[in-house]
Design a protein around this ligand. Structure first.
Ligand code: PGA
Length: 222
């Protein structure tokens, strides 16, 4: 069986207390899973403030989960007030989301800025998960993982169809040797429809991952 990737994007949610609660529920359901999860690669992207908590929790409880950051500074360390840089993220995470439509739209992130973020991630051996909104988006050099997330599907409860997502993923794969994930209104009910598609290696889950029980169901069903 091929490995399937499940990425949780917790976005700008969760205080420390809320996160501790989420982690306890995640752990209980993960350990009690009646399905084999050995082929599931789990990547959780909490807010920066919670990365250390997540890292320590998974180490202590010996759960094999990878961590990712939701963003990264385009600059190396230096006088850039407010930025979190690659060297700092590297202490806690192995992946980083770059190019989410919420960042492109709310923070005016341009292709040029996104390329810089990819470049600095790679320099520090962080793996970028590069988000595109269609198969025609620019893809910076060195990216290996792409998440296709059509804007209409994000947080809307209206996912793309697995067939169309698969078609988009195939077009992306024609452009390079990429692993393609799908994101946008993924739930435990619809996840299998995406992950069974030939060109889709994983899913990126936003809203539904905030409920740890539902997130475990997504992992089980993926
Ligand atoms: P959603 O978000 O699952 O809530 O649609 C996906 C994402 O923003 O990555």
């Amino acid at each position: 069986m091929n490995k399937v990737f499940i990425v949780a994007n917790l976005k700008s949610y969760e205080t420390e207390i809320e996160a501790k609660n989420w982690l306890e529920i995640f752990l209980r359901n993960f350990k009690n899973s009646n399905k084999d999860l050995s082929q599931k690669v789990i990547i959780i992207c909490p807010p920066f403030t919670l990365l250390e908590l997540f890292k320590e929790f998974f180490l202590t409880n010996e759960v094999n989960v990878f961590l990712g950051a939701q963003d990264i500074s385009p600059f190396d360390e230096g006088a850039y007030t407010g930025e979190i840089n690659a060297k700092q993220i590297k202490e806690f995470a192995e992946f980083v989301l770059i190019g989410h439509s919420e960042r492109r739209n709310n923070f005016n992130e341009t292709d040029d800025a996104l390329s810089k973020k990819v470049e600095i991630s790679l320099r520090y051996r962080l793996k970028p998960i590069y988000l595109v909104q269609s198969n025609s988006n620019q893809i910076p050099q060195g990216v290996e993982i792409i998440a296709y997330e059509p804007v209409f599907a994000i947080g809307s409860g209206t996912p793309d169809t697995p067939e169309n997502a698969n078609k988009e993923a195939a077009l992306i794969r024609e452009r390079g040797n990429y692993q393609v994930f799908y994101g946008g209104s993924v739930t435990s009910e619809n996840v299998a429809g995406f992950t069974k598609m030939e060109n889709i290696k994983g899913v990126l889950v936003g809203g539904a991952s905030l409920n740890a029980e539902e997130f475990i169901k997504i992992i089980q069903n993926a």
